[in-house]
Design a protein around this ligand. Sequence first.
Ligand SMILES: Nc1ncnc2c1ncn2[C@@H]1O[C@H](COP(=O)(O)OP(=O)(O)OP(=O)(O)O)[C@@H](O)[C@H]1O
Ligand SMILES: [Mg+2]
Length: 183
Amino acid sequence: MSDKGLTLWFTGLSGSGKSTLAEYLTPRLRDLGNRVEVLDGDEVRENLSKGLGFSKEDRDTNIRRIGYVANMLARNGVVAITAAISPYRALRREVRSRAQAPFIEVFVHCPLDVVEERDTKGLYKKARAGIIKNFTGISDPYEPPESPEIVVHTGPESIEDSARKVLAYLESKGLVEAISKTA
Ligand SMILES: Nc1ncnc2c1ncn2[C@@H]1O[C@H](COP(=O)(O)OP(=O)(O)OP(=O)(O)O)[C@@H](O)[C@H]1O
Ligand SMILES: [Mg+2]
């Protein structure tokens, strides 16, 4: 069992693939001997951040909470994966600055027209119609990372391709066991 904790911080537009990649990577990282926990934006908003909305202040509070818990897990040897939009650069910088274990930012990049076409939760349609206010990418800002450790392009890439990129980076930095070693 590996005790190298870290935070794998996914950031990107709604529908870009943060939850999908977090779920896809979890069993693979476990197979490599890691303890893994996922802090998914939707789930966090149902419990840890219940009652918070989507104002700048509430979004910031939500991200601080996720960062706080991820850090506690990571410093205790867990691979903490976060899957929340986390639209503001300053907040991502803040949680990174508090990290006591490696902090790996993954920019889940997907063009707006593609996520809007996917519209996995039907939210873009509602945002365009004005039914949902403050929707990231439509009526609220998304600030792309300037120097993320990893960028995946989920428009052209398959889920497997994107996940492979993340694993390859972690392996190259010695943060997880090489896949070939566990085979
Ligand atoms: N390379 C890829 N990586 C991840 N998802 C992909 C990729 N290519 C296509 N997809 C598809 O994109 C969609 C991503 O939806 P998902 O719910 O994971 O987004 P999200 O970033 O978690 O959004 P939200 O912020 O609303 O929770 C899924 O339908 C998934 O199958
Ligand atoms: Mg999600």
